[in-house]
Ligand binder design. Structure first.
Ligand code: AHR
Length: 530
């Protein structure tokens, strides 16, 4: 399969170039021109719609305020779910939501979150700010929320402080349609028919907050637990194992070797942290501001986004050894930018603003997921509302859509599309002797028959002229949308929520099998070819 050249390859070439004093200045001075070859006559695998999934943890102001305000709130709500957020998520056609964590999951006992809300126990959220957890949002509220927004439910089980019995009971409670006491309890709590449970994970980050386990130990616990997880007949539930963080291929190797036959999917977590992608490397403690950054930090984030390709390639290669038929999906169920929390916010709440830089990172990451559609069959951006690279921010009754939301919106046509290979050549974008491709691209034929091309120009200082060559596609017209903004760090604020918003893109010219356009600096464009 033809792929966008990996950053690894590009970076190796760049390292050679960096040896010549002219390399970086030349890249900045030349009029950049890119060629994007779209192989519409070589369709690839389907881009799983679940790649557009989201993650919703009991963390900060995500669940409480971001989704759930309760039925008595003055904030307009639908049975307790805030209306503005529900509508924004419905408009995005969110395919799947992961809940309740994250680190929270391995300390969450599902029985705390069922039954009359005023009788539920109050706990302390020891992972995130030590705040009170009222348990007002539990299994019924989550599963009903998923149904309300039309998303598949992905529930993350507690392996850390729970175990096989808790997980097995939870799955039965959600999915069974028997006369068992558990099912009667669910009915008494207001839900007659079972919900559909699409995904269930055995623990979260078991190498870290989920129990600090060694891979061998986790693999054994996974096998043991898996034995007892029995979704009701007819349920589509896929079982997910805890996978690696970042480039930990040894973890992947062990899980695939010991338990690869027992699972449907392996998760992978990767956060794009500007300080960790800087030279010299910074620290996790000082990640960098979400809004006050210079071009070097912009580059670090973009470089980090391109690393997604390297990491997926490494883990896929290991998985291919044990699973050449690609039965086991790699699910990137936590990804996105992680910046310093906004000044003045509770540091345990991971609340960060979202700028044009985050949008560009999202576009590059999604293009990479498309290129790996054969193995990557779900991804869940961290997180949905008010946490990390959020799609939506709220402030009391106010809500705004972030630049990242708009990228997901522009890319909606890729959900379930058939991927089409693309090959991008030149130009490069270089800062401080490091280089990435200036233009990131992916293509797909949507379920509506429309061929779409997504393009991102990651260079914040230079437009790129692009010649798109279409092989095997006779297009009659081209249109699309663009996302850009005046500054690298432009954001949407509650007072100015439309600073970074999509606009029609009318500058693409179609002539025969060629589309010509100029991609403005720091922009994302999605073209429709029909
Ligand atoms: O998304 C925030 C946290 O990051 C999650 O709880 C955890 O799984 C990861 O380390």
């Amino acid at each position: 399969m033809i792929r966008v050249p990996t950053p690894a390859g590009r970076l190796a070439a760049a390292a050679l170039l960096a040896g010549t004093a002219l390399a970086a200045p030349l890249a900045r001075a030349a009029a950049p021109a890119a060629t994007v070859a779209v192989q519409a006559d070589h369709p690839g695998p389907v881009i799983a719609k679940e790649i557009y999934g989201q993650f919703a943890e009991h963390l900060g102001r995500l669940i409480y305020e971001g989704i759930w305000v309760g039925p008595d709130s003055p904030i307009p709500n639908i049975h307790g779910y805030r209306k503005d957020v529900v509508e924004a998520l419905k408009a995005l056609h969110v395919p799947v939501v992961r809940w309740p964590g994250g680190c929270f999951a391995d300390e969450y006992h599902w029985r705390d979150g069922i039954g009359p809300r005023d009788k539920r126990p109050v706990r302390v959220n020891s992972n995130w700010g030590g705040v009170e957890e009222s348990n007002a949002f539990g299994t019924h509220e989550f599963m009903d929320f998923s149904e309300l927004i039309g998303a598949e439910a992905y529930v993350n089980g507690n392996l850390g402080t729970g175990g096989p019995q808790e997980m097995a009971d939870w799955i039965s409670y959600m999915t069974a349609d028997t006369r068992s006491t558990l099912v009667q309890e669910r009915k008494a709590n207001g839900r007659d028919k079972p919900w559909t449970l699409h995904w269930f994970a055995v623990g979260n980050e078991s190498w870290g907050c989920g129990g600090n386990m060694r891979a061998d130990y986790y693999a054994d616990l996974l096998r043991q637990t898996r034995t007892y997880l029995k979704p009701a007949p007819g349920q589509p539930t896929k079982i997910i194992a805890v996978g690696p963080s970042d480039d930990d291929t040894a973890w992947t190797e062990t899980i695939m070797a010991r338990a690869g036959k027992d699972i449907d999917a392996l998760s992978m977590h990767y956060y794009d942290v500007a300080s960790l992608n800087s030279v010299p490397k910074g620290t996790w403690k000082a990640k960098g501001s979400a809004t006050q950054f210079n071009e070097t930090e912009w580059f670090a984030s973009v470089f980090g986004a391109y690393q997604t390709d390297v990491l997926i390639s490494h883990h896929s290669a290991v998985m291919d050894k044990y699973d050449p038929e690609k039965k086991v999906a790699l699910v990137v169920d936590e990804w996105g930018t992680w910046h310093d929390p906004e000044p003045g916010s509770n540091p345990g709440f991971l609340y960060q603003q979202n700028s044009l830089r985050d949008a560009v990172v999202a576009a590059v990451s999604l293009n990479i997921f498309h290129a790996h559609a054969d193995r990557v069959r779900m991804a869940n951006i961290a997180q949905m509302v008010n946490v990390l690279q959020a799609m939506i921010l709220t402030d009391g009754p106010r809500m705004l859509l972030t630049p990242t939301y708009h990228v997901f919106d522009m890319y909606q046509g890729f959900q379930g599309a058939t991927s089409l290979p693309v090959v991008v050549t030149g130009p490069d974008y270089s800062v401080g002797g490091r280089t990435v491709p200036a233009v990131s691209a992916s293509a797909g034929r949507g379920t509506d028959g429309v061929t779409r091309l997504a393009l991102a120009n990651v260079d914040p200082g230079k437009a790129a002229t692009v010649q798109v060559r279409l092989a095997g596609l006779k297009a009659g017209k081209v249109g699309g949308r663009i996302l850009t903004a005046p500054a690298m760090n432009s954001v949407n604020s509650f007072d100015h929520p439309q600073v970074v918003a999509p606009a029609p893109f009318k500058d693409a010219k179609l002539s025969g099998d060629t589309v010509s356009l100029t991609l403005p600096a720091k922009s994302v464009v999605v073209l429709d070819l029909q």
